[in-house]
Design a protein around this ligand. Sequence first.
Ligand code: THU
Length: 153
Amino acid sequence: MEKRELKIDYRVYRNSFPPGYEQLCEKARIAAGKAYCVYSGLAVGAAVLLENGEIVWGNNQENVAYPSGLCAERTALFYASATCPESTVKALAIAACCDGKPRKEFISPCGACRQVMAEIVKRHHRDFDVIMIGEEETICVKASLLLPFDFEF
Ligand code: THU
């Protein structure tokens, strides 16, 4: 038997956004304000910064048949992939509001969104920053670290 260990390196920003990502984070907040979240009441916005400097964004889109909805991160990442397939992703910012107010705690992406991020890292051979915005703490972590043992085939 061999024991192995995985460590995750990430940065924490208090009352500030990671330097250079202020505009991206603002866009994620604006996107959260436009979410369709009538069932959960949790409005999530995601903004993607592409290598060509463009920012695209999306938000969660819910449905009365619950699994038919989609998270903000995948809405934004699929949009980026559909419209700019050649441009690699530099960063993804995620913001969330509850009852119209920004959440104190940051939102951490679900497993399915992490698997989609892992695909993008592999497709473009390029890691990217994932920024989880909270009112108190904002986290910045590399996408490749978010899903250890992701599915490969
Ligand atoms: N949601 C996201 O948009 N992103 C996440 O990372 C987690 C959850 C959405 C899905 C659903 O519309 C609502 O938040 C509650 O789960």
